[in-house]
Ligand binder design. Structure first.
Ligand code: NAD
Ligand code: TYD
Length: 336
């Protein structure tokens, strides 16, 4: 099988490429990535020499390049997106361009070349749940996005559904929980917390810190996508969750401080994010029933392993914080 993986230089995409080449060594992957600030080719250093891997540096909004590359593949796995809520609050234009328009361009290619299309989306499209409630998002939950990021992802999901319904394309959507693990860009909550502690800086906790996310270890997510590609029913949506049961941000920070042997005086409560969603939780029973999916990585053990990874790979995140990671493309692939 030949896969076109968009956004493969980002956090989940790079973990997915590594996972896929390991579990399906006979398959070929084209990593189609614009290498925005979030794209980091240092994530894939160990994969570069693999004969079944190729990088195409391009924008998913570029219709002509997408078609040139897509005509020779079997499936598209679409990770490419602007993914950080805080940035979408400051300026949502790239979110609409990449997440909405980019998805539309990919869907056109999937339609014209008869490709299977796997769209990686988020549970944030469902809105926010009440703190303390037992409610969980599932595939029937109505869409209610509340940040520009989640609104742009919801729009992209709607386009995928429309292309399934109107054009009969072979597509599946997954809506997953917050991922954590190696290679996550240190602007997101868990890597910000770990790297700030390692640098002796305060940990910025938004608002009262009593916000709840469901945490999904990135390797569980990669396996869920594999199951979706190999066993999923075309046209369906699957919600993919992890193992945490309502752990709030403050508790996550305290766990990380404990792992690193540091005190709670490193916590700094800062101004809350506007429109901050209170709680996310996922009912992944459909994925279990239909795909045989179950998360295998428990939060405490894999949070500790993730902390260890950031301790062992200080150069990786220091290159990001210093901006050096942006030179990697030119040194490896030459100037454009
Ligand atoms: P990321 O921000 O780490 O990576 C995004 C990648 O997409 C980068 O490599 C970037 O260069 C690339 N990209 C951005 N715009 C592009 C464009 N116009 N053309 C081509 N490439 C482009 O994101 P991530 O955390 O790996 O998330 C991947 C996907 O999973 C996203 O679609 C996101 O919405 C979804 N998701 C993420 C999480 C999470 O916790 N990280 C949770 C649920 C869903
Ligand atoms: P984030 O990693 O941005 O993911 P998302 O907003 O998509 O869920 O944030 C996770 C949670 O952590 C969210 O409730 C916001 C909070 N947060 C902080 O308290 N401090 C921070 O510095 C960041 C980045 C997030």
């Amino acid at each position: 099988m030949k896969l076109l993986v968009t956004g493969g230089a980002g956090f989940i995409g790079s973990n997915f490429i590594r996972y896929w080449l390991h579990t399906h060594p006979q398959d070929e992957i084209i990593n189609f990535d614009k290498i925005t600030y979030a794209g980091n080719l240092e994530n894939l250093k160990d994969i570069e020499g693999n004969k079944n891997y190729k990088l195409v540096r391009a924008d998913i909004v570029n219709h002509d390049v997408v078609r040139t590359v897509a005509k020779d593949v079997d499936v598209i796995v679409n990770f490419a997106a602007e993914s950080h809520v805080d940035r979408s609050i400051l300026d949502s234009s790239e979110f609409v361009r990449t997440n909405v328009l980019g998805t539309q361009v990919l869907l056109e290619a999937a339609k014209d070349f008869d490709l299977r299309f796997y769209h990686i989306s988020t549970d944030e499209v469902f809105g926010s749940l009440a703190l303390g409630s037992k409610e969980r998002f599932n595939e029937q939950t109505p869409y209610d996005p509340r940040s520009p990021y989640s609104a742009s992802k919801a729009a992209s999901d709607h386009l995928v559904r429309a292309y399934i319904h109107t054009h009969g394309i072979d597509a599946i959507i997954s809506n997953c929980a917050n991922n954590f693990g190696p290679y996550q860009f240190p602007e997101k909550f868990i890597p910000v917390t770990i790297t700030n502690i390692l640098e002796g800086k305060k940990i910025p906790v938004y608002g009262d810190g009593l916000y709840v996310r469901e945490w999904l270890y990135v390797e569980d997510h990669c396996r869920a996508i594999d199951l979706m590609i190999n066993k999923g029913t075309l046209g369906e949506t699957y919600c993919i969750g992890g193992m945490t049961q309502d752990v709030n941000n403050l508790e996550v920070v305290k766990k990380i401080l404990k792992i690193l042997g540091k005190g709670e005086d490193m916590i700094e409560f800062v101004k809350d994010r506007p429109g901050h969603d209170r709680r996310y939780a996922i009912d992944w029973s459909k994925a279990k029933r239909e795909l045989g999916y179950e998360p295998q990585h428990d939060f405490d053990t894999y949070l500790a392993k993730t902390v260890q990874w950031y301790q062992d790979n200080q150069e990786w995140w220091q290159h990001i914080k210093s901006g050096e990671y942006k030179n990697y493309y030119a040194t490896q692939y030459g100037n454009e």
